[in-house]
Design a protein around this ligand. Sequence first.
Ligand code: EPU
Length: 433
Amino acid sequence: MDVFRVNGGRPLRGTIQVSGAKNAVLPIFAAALLTDEAVTIRNVPNLSDVRFMAEIMRHLGAEVSADAPGTWTIRARTLDNRAPYDLVRKMRASVCLMGPLVARLRSAIVSLPGGCVIGPRPIDLHLKGFAALGCGVSIESGYVHLDGRHLRGADVFLGGRHGSTALGTANILMAAVLAPGRTRIESAACEPEIVDLCRLLVAMGAKISGIGSHALEIEGVERLHGATHTVIPDRIEAGTFLLAGAITGGDITVEGARGDHLAALLDKLRETGVPFETVGPETLRVRADRPHRRVPTDIVTMPHPGFATDLQAQMSALLAVTPGLSIVTEKVFPNRFMHVPELQRMGADIAIEGPSAIIKGSDRLSGAPVMASDLRASAALVLAALAAHGESWIQRVYHIDRGYDRVDERLRALGADIERLPAEAMPRHLVGE
Ligand code: EPU
């Protein structure tokens, strides 16, 4: 297990290229199972989650190959209907294999993924959607069994207590494209990653309207064919880099940062007084090296186009060094505050009150040994360490490798003093449990 050693306090400068979107590519890989023809996917990020997904799909019988850096081809001539626990538990996103399997084979047996550190992650809405499409749904010995012999189009409502569901929408959409008749998904997720999935499905011959809205209409077709697709840039990675520029008082140009995907973050950067400019439709530049005074703000996370829960921890790191009182409320995953105790170890003054973090921002944090607990929490720790005075050690960085390709190398190219070391290199007295 590697660790990061970070010496904070250096403003980052330069240009960085955003990778393809993790949360788009995972359901897109799954969608390739909907046809026996080859599907080629470009701009695939080099991430451990992508490799896990490839492994699970190979286990199901698909041929999955990385042809060139960032280009993968998937061909599922034959398929098995069973995704076992030891693979699914490694990556929760594999639940989105249910839709393609039941659509293609009319039967799926997929393990329930188990616990998740960011809080309870039920799949009741997915199952309700499959039942609405005429599937027999049962849970036996930790596995979801879907009997799709009577799969057909129907009206499906996917709204839950926390709004729409991204992977739930992906699942029902992928089942509906091959279900006879018309499906209407109300309260569908409209995240850019779902739009990207729709674009691939349409390229494969699916009939979908309302793309990008909360009401998707699908006319089932008998079969889909192969296609080539380029994945959108990762808006969460882009937002994380913009925040890295802001928190270090740097000047970073982020290529692959789409203003239309990041409107809620940009609105909050504007409100807090972080200088930035739009360089082009896919390029944003944060100019935090210019004289400015940051002011606190309130954030409420919501499904797209609201403020993304996947940027909450990183934004909280910025607010921890923004003098004044900020309140961050999690409406998507109300327990997603694992970064808070670690930021407190760096001197942040944050209190949790129910689904809210009350942040009393200070001028600076101080470096400390901290522990990464999940992907976005670890991104927040990296940002805090880059801004902190002194040295930080971040343990369990495999969490960050799940969603950010070579983040240490790329930040170093912007002038960050960050180093990846084997865990044994960490001074013993700093090692956490
Ligand atoms: N929910 C239910 N029932 C369901 C499904 C979801 O109550 O059947 C609730 C969840 O508990 C949560 C809310 O609905 O409160 C939204 O969850 P959603 O289903 O949208 O989450 P997801 O699709 O499982 C994706 C991303 C997450 C991201 C969320 C929210 C992927 C692979 N994962 O998860 O990404 O936080 O949407 O935007 O697309 C990450 O990248 O770090 C990450 C966790």
